[in-house]
Design a protein around this ligand. Sequence first.
Ligand SMILES: NC(=O)c1ccc[n+]([C@@H]2O[C@H](COP(=O)([O-])OP(=O)(O)OC[C@H]3O[C@@H](n4cnc5c(N)ncnc54)[C@H](O)[C@@H]3O)[C@@H](O)[C@H]2O)c1
Length: 342
Amino acid sequence: MIRVGVIGYGYWGPNLVRNFAEAPGSQVVAVSDLRPDRLTPARSRYPAIEVTTDYRDLLADTRIDAIAIATPVSTHLELALQALQAGKHVLVEKPLTTTSEQAIRLIEEANRRNRVLMVDHTFVYTGAVRKIRELVASNGLGDIYYYDSVRVNLGLFQHDVNVIWDLAVHDLSIMDYLLPSRPCAVSATGISHVAGEPENIAYLTLFFDGCLIAHVHVNWLAPVKVRRTLIGGSRKMIVYDDLEPSEKVKVYDKGITVNNDADSVYQMLIGYRTGDMWAPQLDMTEALQTEVLHFIHCVEEGARPITDGAAGLRVVRILEAATQSMTERGRLVELDMARVTA
Ligand SMILES: NC(=O)c1ccc[n+]([C@@H]2O[C@H](COP(=O)([O-])OP(=O)(O)OC[C@H]3O[C@@H](n4cnc5c(N)ncnc54)[C@H](O)[C@@H]3O)[C@@H](O)[C@H]2O)c1
């Protein structure tokens, strides 16, 4: 039985508490939030769980094996570092840290102390993304040509991070898990429509070696919610709509064939292939449930999480480079992902 303490009981923290409380193999011992008014609902929903405004109570509690951190990203480094130094395993919300140097510090600390460091890249644990990965890994789509995502809605405007750090982080973590290669450069543009606030709309283009390209469009100022991703392959193409209640993933047997006819060298013929569409059966388990079970497994077995510190670092590195590019109106920023991953 893994005994867990959760720091941060704002919007996302209650989801972590619920999933750890319900998972076989874990038990929530205590919850901390700076704001006493946030602790009131925690206390009434979980009378057996201790609550405190001082997270250090959790770090000093010898019954607690692992700490889950659901506080604003600017606090992740300090809280995660102290938790690791107190000998706890750590699950940190996305994005792992605000800089890649901070992420490296956490990875090194976790390695030194032989503790699990995992980042909550939630989408990686959805049935939809796991199914798409299966299709990509089995070469079901052929060569991957593009990943093209729209992730927009109205709100919640964040004050401490721009829209890339809030929404594009999901696509970057999905790509990190799905795609056969890592991006080598990024260009991003974006703007703020509220004076003094971070950018609320942004467009990212990621370049890879070869003919793979990715585009991510994120926006907090859209009239409707859209969560739609196209993944194009040489054999098949996918439409992944996370807002669809059941058939979230649709696989289209569509594409082109290029005919290089020797007799007509001046006329390259593009043929269009339109076959069937099918919607694979998906595991509909809540992603966080799958994720906390994976975290518990990693703590118990000393295994490396799928979304380990290195995955968190790779995503933070792209977020940093994209933000830098955005301040320079889309200048292409090279990514040395091999160095980051080493
Ligand atoms: N995985 C997901 O899909 C997902 C969704 C939403 C948010 N998040 C992430 O969760 C994290 C928190 O986001 P949120 O929307 O819940 O923010 P929030 O502001 O609603 O909640 C954060 C809570 O942390 C508390 N807090 C801050 N510093 C603290 C400290 N030192 N000790 C104890 N409590 C402290 C605050 O009082 C607040 O109640 C962010 O990293 C965010 O990116 C992840």
